[in-house]
Write a protein that binds this ligand. Structure first.
Ligand SMILES: [Zn+2]
Length: 313
């Protein structure tokens, strides 16, 4: 508990800080970090990585979702809501985190989904009958006209990098050239990664991807793969009927590997793999920080896919 005295004192300090900030920035100016750099908040890992690349040393970039937390489930405290509202720019993907969608201000936010061509939430929707609508709603995707996992296509993320560079240049004109240069460099690195994927997945024994969490729609769209998701929500147990349906499809398509992911229990994938006579492997949806960075984790994903799908490079 705070004593009456320290509460008063904290209040006084806050008021002083607010006055000081107003005096320093002028009325209506965007929030800046203590060292004068624009404060940019990125909603979850891949966006944080991208924003750090593009912002460089000109921006003070912070991540909203702590490492190891499924971003879909994130709940925001008062401090984080304030951070989002006061940021020079909040970078997010509408539809991933309902709490963030609610907290951001239209004038000081950048929704990455508005920069690229989106795809609908899997055509599989009808195949989820019997799972219950509640689960999809909890995952936060259900109301959306599109699939939000767009960062898993490097070519779309390259476009986001360019658009983000333009947006940061507008928000902080004194450093416009730096943002644009770094955005171009980041887009080039992502385009190179896209070419590696295209080349590495050209000739494969099977093009069917059976995943625990349906996060790979954009990757499948870009590289002509077919995703079969066991469930839309990784935390929901699929019905026995859904499991045997996926097992049948997997056998028919010559699937040898069922994909699971680090933040989700592999149990369902393991049950399915044993029914199909397949192995399991981890494919990272990059919703949380990997051990390396976005580029190295995607290259690991490419290797995993090439082995699992029997691709010859
Ligand atoms: Zn997801």
């Amino acid at each position: 508990m705070m004593s009456g005295f320290s509460r008063l004192r904290a209040g006084g300090l806050l008021a002083t800080a607010a006055l000081f900030a107003t005096a320093a920035c002028g009325a209506g100016a965007a929030e800046t970090a203590p060292d004068g750099k624009p404060a940019v908040v990125a909603a979850f890992y891949p966006l944080q990585w991208l924003t750090e690349q593009v912002g460089g040393s000109d921006a003070q970039v912070s991540g909203l979702t702590p490492p190891g937390v499924e971003p879909h489930d994130v709940e925001l405290g008062i401090q984080q809501v304030t951070e989002l509202k006061n940021a020079t720019l909040a970078v997010y993907v509408k539809g991933v985190q309902p709490a963030v969608d609610e907290a951001v201000e239209p004038d000081t936010s950048f929704d990455a989904a508005t920069s690229v061509a989106t795809i609908p939430v899997g055509e599989h929707a009808g195949e989820h009958a019997g799972e219950g609508e509640e689960s999809a709603e909890e995952h936060g995707h259900e109301e959306l006209p599109y699939d939000p996992h767009l960062w898993l296509d490097p070519s779309r993320l390259a476009t986001v990098a360019t658009k983000l560079g333009e947006r940061l240049a507008t928000a902080d004109p004194a450093h416009a050239q730096g943002y644009k240069d770094r955005a171009a460099k980041t887009a080039a690195a992502l385009t190179a990664l896209d070419q590696e994927f295209a080349k590495g997945l050209t000739t494969c024994t099977t093009r069917t991807l059976v995943t625990a969490h349906e996060a790979f729609g954009y990757l499948s769209d870009r590289y002509r793969l077919k995703q079969i998701g066991i469930t839309l929500d990784p935390e929901t147990e699929p019905s026995p009927a859904r499991l045997s349906e996926v097992a049948k499809l997997a056998k028919a398509e010559g699937v040898t590997t069922i994909f699971t992911e680090a933040l989700v229990s592999p149990k369902v994938a393991e049950v399915l793999a044993s029914q199909v006579g397949a192995k399991t492997a981890v494919l990272d949806p990059l919703e949380s920080k990997p051990s390396g960075d976005y580029l190295s984790a995607m290259r690991d994903n490419l290797k995993t896919l090439q082995t699992a799908l029997g691709c010859t490079a």
